[in-house]
Design a protein around this ligand. Structure first.
Ligand code: GLP
Length: 242
């Protein structure tokens, strides 16, 4: 795992540049995309680059990591809405090439999502954020490293963390559908971004504690040959890079 510690806006620029470079080399590449506040700056940079005609997403395919169970597409807290509002509506990606796990008709999605990724040729570049408890996508501590797409009961800490986007904690869904850790590990390349003090504990555990342990879902990335971790100073404080 390669660790890069940069200013937050530099992270956004560099990761956006990496994505653009990938698209230029492989216009029909498959992107694995994440939600949350962390990748917002990357998406803003991508929109800018599209507007400046530096890149076209016409043939790009995308698969998102996860979605809340029970939120309809027009709910502004759904990850479907988030992706459209922050990226897809502002670029020339073909709506047929966009995939977000379905939090309403999830039974069908559970059967087909990993296969759809496989049929697309696998994910070329997976973008990840990280939860304060070390979760990636919605794979909470204790998730089987061998998991594919599945339903999950969110941990109280995750519900609390994510409640900042909702008007009250009661409105935060308690269940989600998420790509599994095995699905994520099949990506050819992974970029994880961590920003802010509340990610420091998880990032420290990842670098300073030797173990690869299902109690820290992100630690599965130590088994992947092509991972870059971008942190701002707050997230990386005190980390020993080995
Ligand atoms: C949610 C998402 C994760 C994301 C995490 C961190 O739980 N399912 O994919 O990494 O939030 O969010 P933020 O970037 O807002 O801190």
């Amino acid at each position: 795992m390669e660790l890069k510690v940069l200013e937050s806006n530099k992270i956004d620029e560099e990761v956006a540049n990496e994505i653009v470079t990938l698209i230029k080399g492989k216009p029909n590449c498959v992107l694995g995309l994440a939600t949350g506040s962390t990748p917002l700056g990357v998406y803003a940079n991508l929109v800018k680059k599209y507007e400046n005609k530096e890149v076209s997403f016409k043939n790009v395919r995308s698969f998102n990591l996860d979605e809340y169970v029970g939120l309809k597409h027009d709910n502004d807290q759904s990850y479907f809405y988030f992706m459209h509002h922050n990226l897809f509506d502002h670029i020339d990606i073909d709506p047929n090439n966009v995939h977000v796990p379905d939090g309403i008709n999830y039974e069908n999605c559970l059967k087909t999502y990993d296969n759809e990724i496989k049929k697309a040729g696998g994910i070329d570049l997976q973008i990840l954020g990280i939860g304060s408890n070390g979760h990636i996508a919605f794979n909470e501590p204790g998730t089987d490293f061998d998991s594919f797409i599945h339903l999950v009961n969110l941990k109280e800490s995750t519900i609390k963390d994510n409640s900042r986007f909702f008007s009250s904690i009661e409105e935060v869904p308690t269940r989600a559908i998420t790509m599994g850790l095995r699905s994520i590990m099949q990506a050819k390349r992974i970029i994880l971004i961590a920003k802010g003090k509340n990610k420091n504990r998880a990032i420290k555990a990842l670098f300073d504690e030797q173990g690869i342990d299902e109690a820290l879902p992100v630690s599965v990335l130590k088994l992947h040959p092509n991972v870059e971790i971008y942190c701002d100073k707050d997230a990386a404080e005190g980390v020993i890079d080995e």
